[in-house]
Design a protein around this ligand. Structure first.
Ligand SMILES: [Cu+2]
Length: 262
């Protein structure tokens, strides 16, 4: 059993991204209507969202900007605390007030769909970006960064879906999250690179085939995205993930989320 801890640098990097450190080219005039108080920014760049994961505390708003040359049809997965479907045109922005704590999986419904068999999204077969889905995850917390109900801290890879199940778990800081690989192929739990291709300074957690296990402990509250580099690839130029054709559940991206409460 191996133990991997996310260190403070990663947490600070992700916090900076969530705080809107990414520059955008959306005209300032479009910012009208943005809520007062904290604002988290997320930019739709056509093939996905930057940053791909963000934490929004109660009282803050999430500003989603469409920097693509074509519209965004923003949709929330049915697993989200409430349903959101909004159109955002090129150069436009939208401020969302998300008051119910929980995890929102967002995607562009024009290029991407939610697949309930896996509990995650996949690219539409007719998408110009196939096989890359355009998606993002937003964790909405209370003012202290908590308030989201914990789930069982266990992730398995069944030999039926061959994906991380469930796709997202919620655990307490420092609590062990146990992974079990029941597939006939080996897999790896690898932290997703940060925006612009920067890599978190810790390695992956290997999960041998036929029952291999591993444990991850995340000390800092936040939202952590991981993927299996044997079956999915991060594309720095597109700032998103691509499923590999050798993956039996292609075009699903083999990835998952861990939300860590204080
Ligand atoms: Cu894998």
């Amino acid at each position: 059993m191996s133990h991997v801890s996310v260190n403070r640098r990663v947490f600070l990097m992700r916090s900076a991204l969530a705080a809107g450190a990414l520059a955008t080219r959306v005209p300032a005039a479009l910012a009208a209507g943005a809520a007062t108080g904290g604002v988290r920014r997320m930019v739709f760049h056509g093939k996905g969202f930057a940053p791909m994961v963000a934490v929004v505390r109660r009282g803050e708003s999430l500003r989603i900007e469409c920097a693509a040359a074509h519209p965004l049809r923003l949709a929330s997965a049915p697993t989200a605390p409430r349903s959101i479907i909004r159109g955002i045109g090129p150069g436009q922005a939208l401020a969302l007030r998300l008051t119910e704590p929980g995890l929102y999986l967002f995607y562009d419904a024009l290029t991407t769909l939610f697949d309930p068999r896996f509990g995650q999204v996949a690219a539409r077969s007719g998408s110009p970006n196939f096989p890359m889905p355009a998606y993002a995850a937003v964790l909405v917390t209370d003012r202290d960064g908590g308030g989201v109900a914990l789930t069982a801290p266990q992730v398995s890879i069944p030999d039926t879906t061959m994906t991380f199940q469930p796709w997202a778990v919620v655990c307490a800081a420092g609590a062990p999250v146990r992974f079990t690989n029941n597939d006939m192929d080996p897999h790896v739990v690898m932290p997703a690179p940060g925006a612009r291709g920067s890599h978190p300074p810790f390695g992956g957690l290997p999960l041998p085939a036929h029952g291999g296990t591993g444990t991850l402990r995340l000390e800092r509250p936040g939202l952590y995205h991981y993927y299996c580099p044997l079956h999915a690839r991060y594309r720095p130029a597109d700032d998103t993930f691509e499923p590999l054709k050798t993956f039996a559940s292609f075009p699903i991206v083999m990835d998952g989320l861990i939300a860590v409460m204080p």
